[in-house]
Design a protein around this ligand. Structure first.
Ligand code: NAI
Ligand SMILES: N[C@@H](CC=O)C(=O)O
Length: 805
């Protein structure tokens, strides 16, 4: 025998009631022996409560009652419900007259919801020739007089239930009311919140039924509320202890009171979805699962009360007075926190009890408040309690770190004595982000990185396209969702919290101009509670780097191809690092030197491992490598190749930054600073390769006069000896253990058959000399510029940041 319980949403009009009848008829036709327990249909209980309130306020409830009747007789309009509605009308009239009602009257009114439900379901089954019988649980579930939340007399109720059910023929299915019962004088009582689940557990227990199927509107118990965490997973099987823990921390489909009768008799409870026949649901039984389950629950509708005062330090009996006063007025206390100095006590109570609790406490401590021993009894509203059930505090450190990185402010933290549940009190507005962050951390589930990309030019544009193309693969391989929520050009920004799409260029174009990109991005991320934020700077802007600290302070990690932040004045460079350290944020910029080549990583690893780097030398500029390689081997003028280098995306936005040596100098300085040298940009000796006449004016003007550069380079080429090539090199030497190194950027003629002379295309070469490697340097060669390779390097930095999460 099985007991089937259906909740209100399952019994609502339309698909719900249709599916319920289909489920029941299939089982009965298949000769399964079942008994059925029902809630009120849809939102009937709330609607009846509303009718009571209307009547109490002497409002016209009749119209609402007519509407309620209409709903309740769907889909069988011929159903005779006069008895229930006559009673409701009389009761409501009485309430209207007296402008008041008791809890006893309320129970009788609410009971009509369940009575109507069993009447409808029985009639629908009878109509398809299924034998069933309406059963009013008030006839055998006996309680005390505590109307609204009555306590069941287990012995009497068991005896009466068994006897009553025995009177029903074996081929007739009992359709029993949930939630309602009666006292010793047969007055209607109700069993409190989620009473139908409790009725179902009790009846199964009384009748020795070993399995309950509980039909709801959800697929079962999830690792977190799927409305908050889109990739929350169904928990297929849990044991009673785990279910009790989940129930006591607010998992809405489970209730401690309903689980106890199951544990007592080893009854399994299978939570199923009325609307999803295919779903396996969650099975709760006494089976011991190999691995303890974890789930994140959220309790809302709570407030945090703080009692603060230096006059209560070490004073005995304060806590006792707080808690006995609250207990006397029936207020449940959740998390309690007290500093060792006892300068204050904080605890969580239900929001609905806030005013009452505050009044009682202010009264209890009025003398202490007068004497200023207690400075405040204040309340923090808009908070939530996030509980990770099944999480041991010992393994929680990384999660806390991760929450901190995501700027989630934890007001209180509490772990249970069993050590397996951790509760965090946080601001309500941060719940979504916090639960997602915790969920991805403890379940290793899909982690989402929310990415803002500033600069959508050569590198930025390629990066966006690479991310869009590769995101499915990354999701598959790394369980990592790369979600670009913002793209900013110089004037416009495009936002989409769910990720921008392939036609981003058109969508961006259609946007209005925006000022203050940094403020807009930060505000958007905050408004939508986005976690794991990364800002990618693909501009060459000097102004934009001033906002890096603001991004860091607002929870962003940084990736940049822009070299400016690393080549500002040394104190600014240091300040940025301090801010990163303070806020536990990462900043990766591998593409700053050698585009996609692993230069910075190699040098950093060598340096951090204690290897003494003595010199770094090479061709650091991809565009100049390309220019000199092509120009030396051709009769075409220099400007011809310069235009091609621009087209190929090798040069800086203003190509003169390459030709004047600034770009190589920046790279050199970045490497020097990786070695902890304190050089400034001004310390670098740079040979400028732009003729005087072309140095002034903006980029456009330079490009108009670009041919003016040709005589200068032809003269250089003409002076070159046979078998020699021109190389524009960066050289970091000197005593690199001192405060500053010697940094040179210069044009040199070198033998064609040397390592540097052998370069082709836009390749760069980096020779890293160290104490261990002596005169055989570590050499890294490869494409040193270009949109695709640089974008790939930025992509790599982004994945490295994701790995640190
Ligand atoms: N092209 C290459 O091979 C490599 C480039 N880089 C670096 O990548 C960065 C980007 O270079 P490219 O893409 O080649 O330049 P680009 O000129 O094609 O793109 C830069 C974009 O940033 C935009 N921009 C400038 N200031 C902005 C601001 N404040 N807000 C929003 N957008 C802004 C510009 O309008 C432009 O669209 C530069 O810092 C460069 O040094 C680094 C390694 C290699
Ligand atoms: N303009 C630069 C691009 C990479 O940083 C170069 O040519 O190397």
């Amino acid at each position: 025998m099985k007991l089937l319980k259906f909740g209100g949403k399952s019994l609502a009009n339309g698909k719900g009631i249709k599916n319920v009848i289909a489920i029941l008829s299939e089982k009965i036709k298949n000769k399964e022996k079942i008994i059925v327990v029902l809630s009120a249909r849809g939102d009937a209980t709330d609607e009846l409560e509303n009718l009571l309130e209307l009547a109490k306020s002497n409002c016209n409830y009749e119209k609402v009652l007519i509407q309620f009747r209409k709903q309740q007789i769907e889909p069988l309009t011929t159903l005779n419900v006069d008895q229930e509605f006559d009673l409701l009308n009389r009761l409501l009239k009485g309430v209207q007259l007296t402008e008041d009602y008791s809890q006893k009257i309320k129970d009788l009114v609410l009971a009509q919801g369940e009575l109507l439900a069993v009447k409808m379901v029985s009639a629908l089954l009878n109509n398809i020739n299924i034998k069933c019988q309406v059963v009013d649980s008030r006839l055998f579930l006996k309680t005390d007089d505590n109307f609204g939340n009555a306590q069941v007399n287990l012995v009497t109720s068991k005896e009466k239930t068994v006897k009553y059910i025995e009177t029903i023929d074996a081929d007739v299915t009992p359709i029993i009311t949930g939630f309602i019962a009666s006292n010793i004088t047969n007055e209607t009582t109700t069993l409190g919140r989620n009473g139908t689940n409790y009725s179902a557990s009790l009846i199964a227990n009384f009748l020795g039924i070993k399995a309950i199927e509980s039909y709801t509107h959800v697929d079962g118990i999830f690792t977190a509320n799927p409305e908050i965490v889109s990739n929350a997973k169904i928990i297929k099987h849990i044991n009673y202890n785990e279910a009790s823990e989940l129930a006591s921390f607010g998992t809405s489909i489970l209730h401690t009171k309903s689980i106890n009768p199951l544990i007592e008799d080893g009854i399994s409870l299978h939570i199923l979805n009325t609307f999803n026949k295919e779903n396996e649901g969650t099975l709760i039984s006494n089976h011991q699962t190999a691995r303890s389950i974890k789930s994140i629950s959220v309790q809302e509708e709570v407030v945090l009360i703080n009692i603060i005062g230096k006059g209560i330090i070490g004073k005995k009996g304060i806590d006792a007075r707080i808690f006995s006063n609250l207990s006397n007025i029936g207020v449940n206390i959740g998390i309690i926190s007290q500093g060792s100095s006892e300068r204050g006590v904080s605890f969580i109570i239900p929001k609905k009890n806030k005013a009452m609790a505050q009044k009682v406490l202010l009264n209890e401590f009025k003398h202490e408040i007068l004497k200023q021993d207690i400075q405040a009894v204040n309340t923090i509203e808009d908070i939530s309690v996030v509980t990770i059930v099944g999480q041991h505090i010992g393994n929680f450190a990384s999660c806390l770190d991760y929450l901190k990185q995501n700027k989630i402010n934890i007001l209180l933290i509490n772990n249970t004595i069993s050590g397996n549940n951790i509760s965090l009190v946080i601001h309500k507005k941060e719940v979504k982000k916090a639960v997602n962050v915790i969920h991805s951390q403890i379940f290793g589930a899909i982690k989402t990185m929310h990415i803002a990309i500033v600069g959508k030019g050569t590198v930025g544009g390629s990066l966006i396209n690479q991310l869009l193309v590769s995101k499915a693969k990354v999701l598959n391989r790394k369980n990592l969702k790369l979600n670009i929520f913002a793209i900013a050009g110089k004037e416009k920004i495009l936002f989409n919290k769910n990720g921008i799409s392939d036609n981003w260029r058109t969508s961006l174009q259609e946007k209005e101009n925006t000022l203050d990109h940094e403020k807009a991005i930060i505000a958007y991320a905050r408004k939508h509670h986005l976690e794991n934020l990364v800002l990618i700077d693909n501009t060459s802007s000097e102004d934009f780097v001033n906002y890096y600290t603001s991004f860091i302070e607002n929870g962003f990690d940084l990736v940049s191809s822009n070299k400016i932040a690393n080549t500002q004045r040394y104190f600014q460079y240091k300040t940025l690092r301090e801010s990163l350290q303070l806020h536990k944020k990462n900043y990766l910029y591998e593409t700053n030197v050698g585009a996609g080549l692993p230069i910075i990583d190699t040098i950093r690893t060598l340096h951090e491992s204690g290897e003494n780097i003595t010199r770094i030398k090479g061709v650091f500029s991809g565009s100049l490598s390309y220019l000199f390689n092509s120009f030396s081997a051709s009769e075409q003028p220099f400007s011809y190749f310069l235009k091609k280098a621009i087209e190929l995306g090798y040069t800086e936005p203003d190509p003169r930054e390459d030709l004047c040596g600034n770009d190589v100098a920046r790279k050199l300085l970045i490497l020097a600073r990786e070695l902890d040298l304190k050089n400034e940009f001004n310390d670098i000796n740079i040979e400028n390769l732009i003729p005087e006449s072309l140095r002034k004016g903006d980029t456009k003007q330079f490009l108009v006069n670009i041919e003016g550069i040709d005589t200068y380079y032809s003269a250089i080429k003409n002076k070159l000896a046979d078998d020699y090539v021109l190389r524009y090199i960066g050289d970091l030497s000197g005593n690199l253990q001192e405060e500053k190194g010697d940094l040179q950027v210069k044009l040199v003629a070198i033998p064609k058959n040397s390592a540097l002379g052998n370069l082709t295309g836009s390749d760069s070469i980096f020779e890293i000399y160290t104490e261990s490697y002596k005169e055989n340097p570590i050499t890294i060669i490869g494409a040193g510029a270009g949109a695709e390779v640089t974008a790939r390097g930025v992509f790599g930095d982004l994945l490295r940041i994701a790995d640190k999460k």
